[in-house]
Design a protein around this ligand. Sequence first.
Ligand SMILES: NC(=O)c1ccc[n+]([C@@H]2O[C@H](COP(=O)([O-])OP(=O)(O)OC[C@H]3O[C@@H](n4cnc5c(N)ncnc54)[C@H](O)[C@@H]3O)[C@@H](O)[C@H]2O)c1
Length: 250
Amino acid sequence: MERFRNKIAFVTGGSRGIGLAIAERFAAEGAKLAVVSNSMEELNQAERQFKAAGYVMLPLLADVSDADQIERAVARTVSQWGRIDILANNAGIAWEEDFLEMKDNNWRKMLDINLNGMFYTAQRVSRQMVQQGGGVIINMSSTNGIVGEAKYAHYNASKGGIVLLTKTMALELGGCGIRVNAVCPGYIQSPMSEAIDSPEFVEAYIRANIPLGRAGVPDEVAGVFAFLASDDAAFITGTTLVVDGGQLAF
Ligand SMILES: NC(=O)c1ccc[n+]([C@@H]2O[C@H](COP(=O)([O-])OP(=O)(O)OC[C@H]3O[C@@H](n4cnc5c(N)ncnc54)[C@H](O)[C@@H]3O)[C@@H](O)[C@H]2O)c1
């Protein structure tokens, strides 16, 4: 199946974890990739991996919380390929912190990367999509964007913001042929979740919270991004799709 043949996919945070799986899925179905990360080492590694699979990837070193860097990354992609068909707005960070002890700097850093970065990227790519007459945007939220989780006030606020950013973009951009949706994963095995949680915590968490009885894997989120980016989702915009093994069914 080559649903994205000749399409250009711009994937932020595509150098590892869920973003890497998303980029790989788009490339496996024919897309050319522009991959943004703030780690050159990870970008080089992803490029080697994709090259070996015969995929085309433009590595873009940029910090999503810096609007100028993102603007340059978008311009570089357009100068290389003339358009951007799909944006997977995925880059994000997370760590635990008690609300009462939370440092202002830490609050700002979380919002700068997870929410402001998502806005800068979405707006700059949307401007290009308006010019070219359409496109598809998928913003990475989380189940934490729908329900709260203790010790994640900053993360929850950023992910909740993404849900309403997504809906508002869908309202304003639908007339320009641009669909905008959000994906809300639950617990997914990735370098991010492995850095935060011990195996014992994960086991107990899964038992208590996830009806399917296991964590998700990055490719299960990538498949949902691919669906939303494809023509099978041609009448879907402004929605949030939960990928959580049933966690929010409680
Ligand atoms: N893992 C989970 O359980 C889970 C659940 C719900 C939502 N998410 C969301 O999915 C997304 C990806 O998460 P993951 O688990 O793959 O995380 P990860 O830490 O494994 O990967 C994050 C990626 O984002 C990039 N990145 C981080 N900060 C950046 C910055 N300032 N500028 C540019 N790139 C930056 C990293 O280089 C990396 O490629 C995040 O938005 C996260 O909040 C993850």
